[in-house]
Design a binder for this molecule. Structure first.
Ligand SMILES: NC(=O)c1ccc[n+]([C@@H]2O[C@H](COP(=O)([O-])OP(=O)(O)OC[C@H]3O[C@@H](n4cnc5c(N)ncnc54)[C@H](OP(=O)(O)O)[C@@H]3O)[C@@H](O)[C@H]2O)c1
Length: 474
């Protein structure tokens, strides 16, 4: 298709919450951008609100005109719901684009879909790239964290735009090319899995303060606010403080006390847990966080449970676990959770042969995304030192774990004694305990497996495998 007179350096389809904001961000960074939306009225509404940025926006109500307004080789960003909409949009674009053009899926795709689309693009063209974009609406508008996957020539074409629109951490762009095909979407998925676990662990200490100590929401908000000035400094701790301190404008009561305790999930947390299981790498803290969301949605069952068994004792002496101990417990939980998340990415990198530079991933998570936190800076340094090593063994983090694990243990044990559920923190503690145990209990599993299935085992005192126990002799 001809692009004579084309002015736009890039195009974007899907002017919803994310797409509209991303388009404005691209325009604000000085790029001419072509925009198109399935429902044409939305394009009008979008242009009407664009203000002076409108001069860098090239709207089209027809897909062919849209493609024609982009300079060759064209780059078209899709910001539509993950799944069928992406496939449908690619099919609609394929006859209009040249083989050398580039389609960039910027939604929350399942990375297996991105792998499939990349493979199909290699056979049929145009080129294809999958990028994970984190930071919600505000990130899209003012600077998200961007995790890119695809061929390096695709990154060469659009990397400068993605870096320009991304968040910056001390002047460095929070955008990077992480590997081929689905690498970017896999990293975005793990980011979201970590986000689930980070949020869940915060909710668990909130539960101890609310139900164990009987603290009002605003007082809990003060605790989060204080923590945000220390090692736990992060976007999620910051907003948890704000959420805890807010009042409902309608009733004047703490907003948190009015919000129904039923949490949904859009899929990326679950995908992380599924991938961890498929790749055979432990992500128990993230898995626990996903399971708790599922339990939260079973409100009627939980109510029936309370009716049947009564509420757990819950009330806890404030001296049982200090606020400082809880902060330390969260630090320990967080280190374990990230160790699991980076371990998962490392395993996927090996499986798929993707570059997946772990220090770079920690670096681009330092700003723009939902899990941005002070600790990621130290994680980036630790991973640069040795990306293959379990993060909890990096000297900085092993020292932190040595300082904090007793508090994690105290919190988990006191919570258990008082019937306060802390599943993600407890999964983190179990992971820590298992990963510092040279002699585990899997010898019993191996004995059982050999007994019922003649699976054979290795011995501690001899080389080789396939040994059997005396039960095999009749
Ligand atoms: N919201 C977030 O915080 C966030 C954060 C990171 C990533 N994401 C991801 O970003 C993507 C977009 O999310 P969003 O929140 O911006 O969604 P949204 O506000 O619902 O907007 C969806 C956009 O996609 C278009 N669309 C829907 N179905 C389509 C189809 N079959 N063909 C063509 N266009 C279609 C819609 O056009 P119409 O106007 O015609 O309906 C609309 O412009 C998703 O993959 C989402 O998971 C969202």
């Amino acid at each position: 298709m001809s692009s004579e007179g084309a002015v736009a350096e890039v195009g974007l389809i899907g002017l919803g919450t994310m797409g509209g904001n991303l388009a404005l961000n691209i325009a604000e960074n000085g790029f001419q951008i072509a925009v198109y939306n399935r429902t044409a009225e939305k394009t009008d509404q979008f242009m009407a609100k664009a203000g002076e940025l409108a001069e860098r926006l090239v709207p089209s109500k027809d897909l062919e005109d849209f493609v024609g307004s982009i300079k060759k080789p064209r780059a078209v960003i899709l910001m539509v719901p993950a799944g069928e909409a992406v496939d449908a949009q690619i099919e609609a674009l394929r006859p209009l684009l040249d083989e050398t053009d580039l389609i960039i899926d910027a939604g929350n795709a399942n990375y297996h879909d991105t792998n499939r689309r990349a493979e199909e693009a290699a056979r049929r063209g145009p080129r294809f790239m999958g990028i994970g974009v984190s930071g919600g609406e505000e990130g899209a508008r003012f600077g998200p964290s961007i995790m890119a996957g695809g061929a390096s020539d695709a990154w060469d074409q659009v990397g400068h735009i993605l870096e320009a629109i991304s968040a910056k951490y001390e002047g460095e762009p929070c955008a990077a090319h992480l590997g081929e095909a689905g690498a970017g979407h896999l990293v975005k998925t793990v980011h979201n899995g970590i986000e689930y676990a980070d949020m869940q662990m915060i909710a668990e200490v909130y539960g101890v303060m609310r139900d164990g100590f009987g603290m009002p929401a605003s007082e809990i908000g003060d605790v989060f606010e204080t923590w945000n000035g220390g090692i736990l400094q992060s976007y999620l701790i910051e907003i948890s403080g704000k959420v805890a301190k807010a009042n409902d404008p309608e009733t004047g009561k703490p907003m948190l006390d009015i919000i129904l305790d039923r949490a949904g999930q859009k899929g990326t947390g679950r995908w992380t847990a599924i991938e961890a299981l498929m790749l055979g790498t432990p992500a128990s803290t993230i898995e626990a966080a996903v399971a708790v969301r599922n339990m939260s949605s079973r409100l009627d069952e939980r109510r029936a449970g309370q009716e049947e068994f009564g509420a757990a004792p819950r009330t806890m002496d404030r001296g049982a676990v200090s606020i400082d101990a809880m902060e330390a417990a969260l630090v320990a939980g967080k280190i374990v959770c990230y160790a699991q998340g980076f371990g998962l990415i490392l395993e996927a990198a090996k499986q798929y042969g993707w570059a997946m530079p772990l220090p770079e991933i920690a670096r681009i998570w330092r700003n723009g995304c939902i899990i941005r936190s002070a600790m990621l800076n130290d994680m980036s340094a630790a991973l640069a030192d040795d990306p293959e090593r379990n993060l909890m063994l990096a000297p900085f983090f092993s020292a932190k774990l040595k300082e904090t694990e007793a508090n994690l243990r105290l919190l988990v044990s006191q919570a258990a004694l008082h019937g306060l559920p802390v599943p993600a923190l407890s999964a983190a503690l179990s992971y820590f305990d298992i990963m510092r145990t040279a002699r585990s209990t899997a010898n019993m599993l191996q004995g059982q497996r050999d007994f019922f299935g003649a699976h054979g085992f290795e011995r501690t005192d001899k080389d080789g495998s396939g040994y059997h126990g005396p039960w095999a002799m009749g």
